[in-house]
Design a protein around this ligand. Structure first.
Ligand code: UN1
Length: 513
C-alpha cells in the first residue's frame, strides 16, 4: 500500500522518532515523560515527544520573558515582516505540513491543506495589520490638551489549542500576537503533539534567519497539567484557549482568579435552518460537508438540521441519498470523503451518542457503526449517522465530537425555527437556507440567531479568517482571527498631554492653592 508520501513529509518537517519538545536543539527544555503520538489513520506510532516539567516550564518562561523585552522594541511593521517570512515558509511547506495534519489528526488531505492555507491567510492578514494597530484620538474638554489612545504589546501570551485544528488555531493566535509585539507559549493538544513540533521548527527557522530569539515562540508539551502551569501563572496576561466547554470553564476560573484575561473558543451545537424557500441542492452540500467534514470534529460542524415540515421528507431523502455516496477510509487517499475519528475514546463517545438518542426516543435513519477490516485497523473509522430527534433531548443538547446529525422538524414561521436553533447552551455557528429575504433578515436580526457566526445560504463550518471567529453563551465569548480580534492581544493606554502653562482639572473642578 502507498504511504502517500507521509515519511518524506515527516523528514522535511524534522519529525524524528523521539522529538524533544521545544524544538531546534538550541532551545530544548522538555525533559519529562514521553507521550506517544499514534496516527488514527493506520494506528501506527509516528513518534514520541517529551513532556514539559515544572522546571522546564520555568526555563521556557525565562526565554519567553527575555525574548519579549527584545521583540516589543521592534516597530510593528518590522514584526510584520517576520510574519511575512513565516507565511512564505508555510507556502513552501504547505504539502508536507498538510500531510502531517492529515496523518496525525485524521482529517482529509484536502482539509489538511486547507488548514495550512488558513495559516497562510492569517499571516497575510497580520502583515497588513502590522501597519494598522490604530488607536483613536479624542477631543479633550480642556484647552491646550491633547488626548489619544495607543496600543502596546501585552507580554507573554499562552495558547492552548485542540486536536481538531492542530495548526491553524495556533496560527490565528500567534500571528496576531506576534505583530502586536507579544511572545507566545503554546501547548498543543497532547493528541497532536507532532503538529506542534513541526510548527515550532518552522517558526524557529525564521527567527534564526533574522537573528531573533526563538523564545518569541515557545512550545510546551503535555496534558491539562501542563496547561495549568500557564492558567495559574500571573506572568501570562492572556490565555487563549480553544477546546471543550468543560476545559474552558476550568481555564476561565483559574485565569479569572488572578484577574488575567482569557480568550475562549469552546464548543458549538451548530444548526442549519431549512425553510420552505431553501434551495435543496445547496442545502444538501452545506449540510453534508458540515456534518461529515473532518468526521464531525470541527467546532463549527453541523449537528442539527431544523427543517420545515413542508420540506422535511424531501430534505431527509436527499441527505440520506448523499450519505449513501460517502466513502470512508484513509484520509490521505483523495478518493475518500471521511477519515477516522481522533482515537478510540472518540469512537466510544460516538457509540454512546447513538445509543442515547435511541434511548431518548430518537429514530436512527442512517445507522452508523464502527468499521472493521482492512484499512480500518486503527479502530477509529465510523460511519456518519443521522437520527430524527427532538431539540430537548439531552444528547441533542450536548456536543458530541463525531459525525452524528440530528434532524428536527419545525412548523409555522421562521421564529419557531430560530427558537429551536437558539435553544441550546452553545452559541458558535448557525445558518439558514432560504431565498426568502424576510426570513433571512429575521434570522440575522437582534431577535434572530444568538450565535457568533450566522450565515445565509452557507453551511455552519468553513469560516474565512477575515471575520472574528468565536461565539456566545457557553462557547465562551472570545473572538479570534480577523476583524478587530487583535485588540485583545494588546493593552490600551489613554494618554492626555497638556501643552499649556496652566493645570486645569477635568470636570471643571476648582482646586486653588
Ligand atoms: C475549529 O473547529 O476549532 O470555520 C475551527 C471553520 C474553520 C475553523 C474551525 N475555518 O470550520
Amino acid at each position: 500500500a502507498s504511504d502517500f508520501g507521509i515519511y518524506d513529509a515527516l523528514k522535511v518537517l524534522g519529525i524524528k522518532e523521539i522529538n524533544e519538545g521545544s524544538s531546534t536543539g538550541t532551545n530544548n527544555f522538555s525533559s519529562g515523560e514521553t507521550i506517544a503520538s499514534f496516527s488514527p489513520v493506520d494506528g501506527s506510532l509516528i513518534a514520541k515527544v517529551k513532556t514539559t516539567t515544572k522546571e522546564d516550564y520555568e526555563q521556557v518562561m525565562g526565554t519567553a520573558t527575555a525574548a519579549f523585552k527584545e521583540w516589543r522594541t521592534k516597530p510593528a511593521p518590522q514584526r510584520g515582516e517576520i510574519v511575512r517570512q513565516f507565511g512564505d515558509k508555510l507556502r513552501e511547506l504547505k504539502e508536507p505540513l498538510g500531510k502531517l495534519v492529515s496523518y496525525e489528526m485524521g482529517k482529509s488531505y484536502q482539509e489538511g491543506l486547507g488548514e495550512v492555507q488558513e495559516m497562510i491567510d492569517i499571516c497575510d492578514f497580520a502583515v497588513g495589520l502590522s501597519r494598522q494597530l490604530h488607536g483613536l484620538t479624542m477631543h479633550s474638554e480642556r484647552p491646550g490638551h491633547r488626548m489619544y489612545e495607543q496600543y502596546h504589546p501585552l507580554g507573554v501570551v499562552g495558547i492552548i489549542s485542540a486536536f481538531n485544528f492542530p495548526v491553524a488555531v495556533w496560527a490565528w493566535n500567534t500571528a496576531l500576537a506576534w505583530i502586536c509585539g507579544d511572545v507566545c507559549i503554546w501547548k498543543p493538544s497532547e493528541k497532536t503533539p507532532l503538529c506542534g513540533i513541526a510548527c515550532q521548527h518552522i517558526a524557529a527557522t525564521v527567527f534564526k534567519e533574522n537573528n531573533l530569539p526563538e523564545g518569541i515562540s515557545c512550545l510546551i508539551n503535555g496534558d491539562y497539567n501542563v496547561g495549568e502551569l500557564m492558567t495559574g501563572d500571573a506572568r501570562i496576561p492572556l490565555v487563549s484557549a480553544t477546546g471543550s466547554i468543560r476545559m474552558g470553564k476550568i481555564v476561565a476560573q483559574a485565569v479569572a482568579a488572578r484577574l488575567g484575561k482569557s480568550l475562549l473558543e469552546l464548543g458549538g451545537n451548530n444548526a442549519i435552518i431549512v425553510t420552505p424557500d431553501a434551495d435543496i441542492k445547496m442545502t444538501v452540500i452545506g449540510a453534508v460537508f458540515g456534518a461529515v467534514g473532518t468526521a464531525g470534529q470541527r467546532c463549527t460542524s453541523t449537528r442539527r438540521l431544523i427543517i420545515h415540515e413542508s420540506m422535511y421528507d424531501k430534505v431527509k431523502n436527499a441527505i440520506v441519498a448523499a450519505y449513501n455516496q460517502l466513502r470512508i477510509g484513509n484520509p490521505l487517499d483523495e478518493n475518500n470523503h471521511v477519515g477516522p475519528l481522533i482515537d478510540t475514546d472518540a469512537v466510544l463517545q460516538y457509540n454512546k451518542a447513538l445509543q442515547q438518542v435511541v434511548n431518548e426516543g430518537g429514530n436512527l435513519i442512517v445507522e452508523g457503526g464502527v468499521l472493521e477490516g482492512q484499512g480500518y485497523e486503527s479502530g477509529c473509522y465510523v460511519r456518519p449517522a443521522i437520527a430524527e430527534a427532538e431539540n430537548h433531548f439531552k444528547i441533542v443538547q450536548h456536543e458530541t465530537f463525531a459525525p452524528v446529525l440530528y434532524l428536527i422538524k419545525y412548523s409555522g414561521d421562521v421564529e419557531n425555527a430560530i427558537a429551536i436553533q437558539n435553544g441550546v447552551v452553545q452559541g458558535l455557528s448557525s445558518a439558514i437556507m432560504t431565498n426568502n429575504l424576510r426570513e433571512a433578515e429575521q434570522f440575522l436580526s437582534a431577535w434572530g440567531s444568538d450565535c457568533g457566526i450566522a450565515n445565509v445560504n452557507i453551511g455552519t463550518s468553513g469560516a474565512e479568517i477575515g471575520g472574528a471567529f468565536g461565539g456566545e453563551k457557553e462557547t465562551g465569548g472570545g473572538r479570534e482571527s480577523g476583524s478587530d480580534a487583535w485588540k485583545v492581544y494588546m493593552r490600551r493606554q489613554t494618554n492626555t498631554i497638556n501643552y499649556t502653562t496652566e493645570l486645569p482639572l477635568a470636570q471643571g473642578i476648582k482646586f486653588d492653592l
